[in-house]
Design a protein around this ligand. Structure first.
Ligand code: SAH
Length: 242
């Protein structure tokens, strides 16, 4: 695979997705700032069709669950060679299986991954994948939330978008990242813009005062109150993590 140098000479951050539905990509990842960043080779996106590694004339990729039960399971002897091929394309990227059983995707995990060479993502379908592939290839399982999707593709897109927007040069103002929800361990304060009065509702006076110190204090307090009310769990994790 060609290795595109990014604008500043760094190699592009590489996303490689193993999927039965490559036609879903780049999809929403190609609009706006992420699309521009890909055109500028700040990051790259490739897909591998799992069915290309399928068995026999019908390129079979799945089979019935051992022990019985509903649905189909993606086969280890299909995914193993597919993952090995992915490894030859992108040798240094961590191998990740999107899975509802995985480590929850957080802002700090997205930041860690964005600071690496990229990601190789396996999108499951049906009932999921044979456990032996997870064990034998050391797949890291990541979940995007406590609900079940029909496939890993949207989860892969969520992970990619969360990482790519953190890459240097993708967002306009670097400052816009600093105060965002989770970056400070808190939820973001409320934002306002023009007009000053709308449907009888006005912007809080303090934001129009021009007093930067007071504005910063107000925002901090708002962030703390919002977080305490809506996500007290975040206050606990901020204290215990880095
Ligand atoms: N039977 C599985 C769910 C399979 S859903 C279970 O109960 O755990 C089919 C595929 O969708 C999975 O293989 C996984 O790749 C993807 N998927 C579903 N929910 C997800 C989530 N919350 N996060 C990440 N991937 C998910």
């Amino acid at each position: 695979m060609p290795h595109f140098p990014a604008n500043d000479g760094r190699p592009a951050w590489q996303a490689l997705v193993l999927t039965l539905f490559p036609e879903m990509f780049p999809g929403p990842l190609d609009v706006s700032l992420l699309g521009q960043a890909r055109a500028a080779n700040i990051w790259s996106l490739d897909t591998l069709q799992i069915r290309d590694f399928g068995l026999g004339r019908h390129r079979q990729v799945d089979d019935t669950p051992a022990g019985g039960g509903a649905g189909m399971v993606l086969r280890a002897d299909v995914l193993g060679p597919a993952l090995d091929h992915a490894k030859s394309i992108s040798p240094d990227a961590p191998l990740i299986y999107l899975s509802p059983r995985g480590t929850p995707l957080t802002q700090s995990l997205a930041r860690d991954l964005s600071e690496g060479p990229g990601v190789t993502l396996l999108a499951g379908r049906f009932e999921g994948i044979d456990q032996r592939v997870i064990d034998a290839r050391g797949l890291k399982e990541i979940s995007i939330g406590d609900y079940v999707l029909a496939g890993g593709e949207l989860a892969a897109m969520v992970l990619i978008e969360a990482c790519v927007r953190l890459l240097p040069g993708v967002l306009g103002a670097a400052e816009s990242l600093a105060s965002e929800s989770f970056e400070t361990g808190l939820l973001e304060y409320p934002q306002y813009t023009k007009p000053r009065d709308w449907e009888g509702l006005s912007i809080p006076d303090i934001l129009l005062s021009g007093d930067h110190k007071k504005v910063a204090e107000w925002r901090r307090r708002q962030s703390e109150q919002l977080t305490a009310g809506r996500r007290p769990d975040l206050l606990r994790t901020t204290r215990t993590s880095k």
